[in-house]
Design a protein around this ligand. Structure first.
Ligand code: NAP
Length: 314
């Protein structure tokens, strides 16, 4: 018991810093306002389907136009995978497509979808199945978080979070399973977060959705072994994908946040390399690995109290 308390004290000292007010390690600090205001439209931009590369393997990256998703797409392109990238904005999808095709000479398809929609996965899977895409890897990356959620956000935003973070990963996995099975050995890479290892009061629902992704991935990994489909879950600490995340992480975690942060390109490279090595839980960066180890070791009630108290200090 003494050792557990010692670990608790170490985690607390590490994560609170001198003047820091929060222990929200490893969370995605997306702006919350975008969830409600986003236009309700989705469609397929199928301009290049005649160019499909019939001989090369494909990977589908849901949320692949920016941030960690783009970094994963780039790490895959570097290895010669053709890509299907999905996101809501066509401009950033096209710019990702142009960069990747120019740099790595792979073929990139872009599909414009809001993945939080019920029918998105079914439509995407139909698009892939109709073209008999040689799908080797599915990467479920798109997610939504924020500095605060439950008790602070409207119901619509919370539903959106669940639909995107859990619903889209669940639905794409199920609907694309036949193609992945047909092209086995194949891979599924789900993007969780270190926030999925512990209940975090201020990020109540985000943390809950990411723990659902972690648990889903563990069970799926067991269930799909006999189909020769390997499942991994990426659980990063802070990744500076946009200025708000840099600012928020530094404000809340100070020097420790900067110490834990891993650049997106490195996260993408580690994620792909370890997924191809059949690693189940992937935590990029040494400091994040140690923190994740401690968080997972300590009793839940103790962790929730530590995070809660630190969150209250603001
Ligand atoms: N950054 C971090 O510190 C961090 C830490 C731990 C875990 N994570 C997790 O990593 C994942 C990616 O985070 P990130 O920071 O790289 O995010 P990001 O930079 O905001 O990129 C998100 C990607 O997903 C797409 N996307 C977002 N909402 C979508 C929707 N409803 N439908 C379709 N596509 C959508 C975005 O394109 P559009 O905007 O055009 O749709 C973009 O391509 C998330 O699941 C996040 O929770 C992030």
């Amino acid at each position: 018991m003494k050792r557990i308390y010692l670990f608790a004290v170490i985690v607390f000292i590490f994560t609170s810093g001198r003047s820091q007010s929060s222990l929200q390690t490893g969370l995605a600090f997306h702006t919350v306002s975008s969830a409600n205001s986003f236009p309700v439209s989705f469609n397929i931009q199928d301009s290049n389907s005649n160019d499909l590369n019939r001989t090369g393997d494909y990977a589908l990256v849901a949320g692949g136009s920016k941030g960690i998703g783009y970094a994963i797409a780039e790490a895959l392109a570097r290895r010669g995978y053709n890509l299907i990238l999905i996101a809501r904005h066509l401009d950033s999808l096209n710019s990702a497509k142009n960069k990747l095709e120019y740099e790595y000479h792979v073929h990139v398809e872009v599909l414009v979808y809001d993945l939080s929609f019920d029918n998105a996965a079914t439509d995407i899977a139909k698009w892939c199945t109709d073209r008999n895409i040689p799908l080797k890897m599915l990467c479920n990356v798109a997610g939504f978080g924020g500095a605060k959620d439950y008790l602070s956000l409207p119901l619509d935003s919370l539903r959106y979070m669940i639909n995107l973070n859990v619903g889209s990963a669940m639905a794409l996995t199920l609907t694309l399973l036949p193609l992945l099975e047909k092209n086995a050995p194949s891979f599924i890479l789900n993007v969780g977060s270190m926030a999925g290892f512990a209940p975090i009061p201020v990020k109540n629902l985000y943390s809950a959705t990411k723990s659902a992704v972690v648990f889903f991935s563990y069970s799926l990994s067991y269930q799909l072994k006999e189909k020769n489909i390997s499942v991994s879950v990426l659980c990063p600490g802070p990744v500076f994908t946009k200025p708000e995340i840099v600012e928020d992480t530094k404000k809340k975690l100070g020097w420790f946040g900067s110490l834990m942060a891993v650049p997106p390109e490195k996260v993408g490279e580690i994620a792909v390399s370890e997924t191809l090595d059949h690693k189940m839980v992937i935590v990029p960066g040494t400091v994040s690995k140690i923190t994740a180890f401690l968080i997972r070791l300590l009793p839940r009630q103790m962790i929730v109290n530590i995070y809660g108290k630190a969150g209250d200090k603001k």
